[in-house]
Design a protein around this ligand. Structure first.
Ligand code: NAD
Ligand code: LMR
Ligand code: MG
Length: 621
């Protein structure tokens, strides 16, 4: 045996001794100073193929020896910064040849690159996402996620999340144990029936659940090992998918009625049996089921519907921001005239929340609640909604205008949006119709006669092509002083003379991560109306007076971790006040109640996962 091989053996032996010491946690000789090592039960390729533990070229030489990785990686050990630099260089190369703007077609190619990274190294994926959230949220989330869902059958490589289908009836309770994680904090579930404004995309809707959970990790710091995207495949009514030989889902029409409910019931029972503390976010269910499922489960399970409740809070914050931006006090909100285009799950959610808030400001009486509804004009696919409408959807009925009153205003049942805007001269025009370009030149021209000094325009539909108007159209037609907020991201508009037309992103991403995190950490068994209201109020008051007067009524996405922390803390505070807080892990309900506001925020921050590599040590099972 040569001297060098003896020395090598000795150094290996020393490394094993160090590793053994680390296993028992008595002393840490780690690359990441001061952190305890993580014990792993795999080695070699199993580690490289495990996105959770994989560090790729960043495995140190000692780790490579400990974990039998020597020879399986190129010899150069990279720092995590170098890795990211290399990855970014690749990504930027693509961007250089790309057109500007968030709805760039090359975004799909960027998504592919990011998705491959997600598959091979979760820590690095989330570091890239968090450090560049402004740039890549529009890729992993809205609007590109819409394109991803539309093309999911072609893009599918490695599975992510769980699929429950009609075929699994009776099996779900055992199936949930196929998921490897014993702890799941957040589930986002969809049945794919209304993905953004793109309609029924069937099983391909899993992409939206994955995108929402990416934001849960990036914004709320939910541990990525504890998130679960779920697709419930009850068929599809999309004729194209029903005929597509490459479609990955069930090729039969959607289940309906009691049979449909039985599938969702079974799913809920199964996931809450295995993970009693999980929070389930319902996403992109068609309106027909969104409200019914919410009513069915909200008093018994920790769940909420993002499109109904998250959107309502975000829109409400925007409406209050619009009042402030006019230099008026918040209390003027009940005087606002609001035209809403779209009366689906999102539109109705917004109307209900805004009406309740107005009523509360007016003294919270029955009379106040009744009179508040008169501030809203609802226009759906059939035009202005009045009491003369046949077969009014029960959820929209409270907002149907009185026929006589409408006539006095020069409006009739089914009046066109442009007529409504002309007659009402609203302070706010809000779109949740999924109809791109609905706020046409004529509609925007009509809004010029708004009685407001700063009319607010919210084309909230997604993705980009479904936005009711673009910021360029809004600023150029209605005027420089408008307030603008869209569901999908748009770039600010150059108004000339050094002035900027600010494009706010009015998207529920500013609330759902904080609602989920706040609920988790409070330990509340339900998501109460008060908790949702607290979240909305927190967002509404987040912007400074100076920002609001400039037309900046929502934070930039680069501040999403901070706003999420604030929202989560408000949700926890409200849960404590409502006596719903049972606590989280060692912070039980009693301890939680002792915390002051600052301590609650610290508690939230300390429970947010951050993407850092732990040092790994092998131990046999
Ligand atoms: N920005 C956000 O945070 C956010 C949140 C939720 C939903 N959304 C978007 O809102 C849109 C609607 O979602 P939903 O769940 O309410 O959908 P939905 O299908 O339930 O409702 C759509 C509504 O628009 C109405 N509509 C259709 N054509 C119209 C027209 N020409 N004029 C006026 N109204 C018309 C329909 O009658 C219906 O009431 C989607 O594009 C979705 O992406 C945005
Ligand atoms: O997904 C989004 O970007 C917002 C919202 O949930 C939607 O359905 O459009
Ligand atoms: Mg949605």
């Amino acid at each position: 045996m040569s001297l060098s091989s003896i020395l090598l053996k000795r150094s290996q032996l020393q490394r094993r001794i160090i590793a053994a010491v680390n296993v028992y946690g008595t002393r840490s000789f780690t690359t990441t100073e001061g952190h305890r090592p993580t014990i792993v039960h795999k080695r070699s390729l199993d580690i490289l193929h495990d996105p959770w533990f994989n560090k790729g070229t960043a495995f140190s030489m000692t780790e490579r020896d400990r974990l039998d990785l020597r020879g399986l990686l190129p010899p150069n050990v990279m720092s995590s910064e170098q890795q990211i630099e290399r990855f970014m260089a690749d990504l930027k190369r693509l961007q250089l040849s790309a057109r500007d703007g968030p709805s760039d077609p090359n975004n799909l190619a960027k998504w592919r690159i990011l998705n491959r990274l997600h598959d091979r190294n979760e820590t690095m994926y989330y570091k890239v996402l968090i450090d560049n959230i402004e740039e890549y949220a529009p890729v992993v989330y809205t609007p590109t996620v819409g394109l991803v869902c539309q093309n999911y059958s072609g893009l599918f490589r490695r599975p992510r999340g769980m699929y429950f289908s009609v075929e699994d009836r009776g099996e779900m309770m055992s199936m949930v144990y196929n998921w490897p994680a014993d702890q799941v904090d957040m589930i986002v579930v969809t049945d794919g029936s209304r993905i953004l404004g793109l309609g029924d995309l069937g099983v391909q809707g899993i992409g939206i659940a994955i995108g929402k959970l990416d934001l849960y990790v990036a914004a709320a710091g939910i541990n990525p090992q504890r998130v679960l995207p779920v697709m419930i495949d009850v068929g599809t009514n999309n004729e194209k998918l029903l005929k597509d030989p490459l479609y990955l889902g069930l090729q039969e029409y959607r289940l309906d009625g009691e049979e449909y409910l039985a599938v969702i019931d079974e799913f809920m029972e199964a996931v809450f049996t295995r993970w009693p503390n999980v929070i389930v976010q319902f996403e992109d269910f068609q309106s027909k089921w969104a409200f019914k499922l919410l009513q069915r489960y909200r008093n018994d399970y920790r769940m909420f519907n993002d499109d109904v409740q998250g959107t309502a809070g975000v829109a409400l914050a925007g409406l209050l921001g619009a009042v402030r931006a006019q230099g008026r006090p918040m209390i003027d909100f009940p005087k606002m005239k609001i035209v809403v285009a779209g009366a689906g799950s999102a539109g109705i959610g917004v109307l209900n929340a805004a009406r309740k808030t107005m009523a509360r400001m007016l003294g919270d009486t029955e009379v106040a609640f009744e009179s508040a509804k008169r501030q809203f004009w609802v226009v759906d696919a059939n035009g202005l909604l009045t009491e003369a409408r046949d077969n009014i959807d029960p959820d929209a009925r409270p907002f149907a205008r009185n026929v006589k009153e409408s006539e006095r205003q020069g409006l009739r049942e089914g009046a066109k949006l442009v007529e409504v805007v002309q007659q009402v001269k609203p302070d706010v025009l809000l779109g949740l119709s999924a109809v791109g370009g609905l706020f046409s030149k004529e509609v925007l021209e009509a809004l010029k006669s708004s009685t407001s000094t700063r009319p607010a325009i919210f084309p909230m539909s997604n993705p980009t092509k479904n936005a009711e108007c673009t910021p360029e159209e809004a600023f150029s037609i209605v005027g420089d002083s408008i307030i603008f907020g869209s569901g999908s991201p748009f770039a600010n508009v150059d108004l000339g003379n050094g002035h900027i037309g600010h494009c706010n992103q009015a998207n529920n991403m500013f609330l759902f991560p904080g609602i989920g995190l706040g609920t988790l950490l409070s330990g509340s068994r339900i998501v109460s109306d008060g908790m949702l209201q607290a979240a909305a109020e927190c967002l509404a008051s987040y912007m400074t007076e100076e920002e609001v007067l400039k037309g900046i009524i929502y934070p930039s996405i680069s501040r999403i971790r901070d706003i999420t922390k604030e929202v989560a803390a408000s949700v926890i505070k409200e849960a404590i006040e409502e006596d719903l807080a049972e606590g989280y892990r060692e912070m039980d309900g009693r301890e939680l109640r002792k915390l002051n506001e600052e301590e609650i925020k610290n508690f939230v921050m300390n429970n947010m996962w951050i993407p850092e590599y732990p040092t790994l040590v092998y131990k046999k099972d």
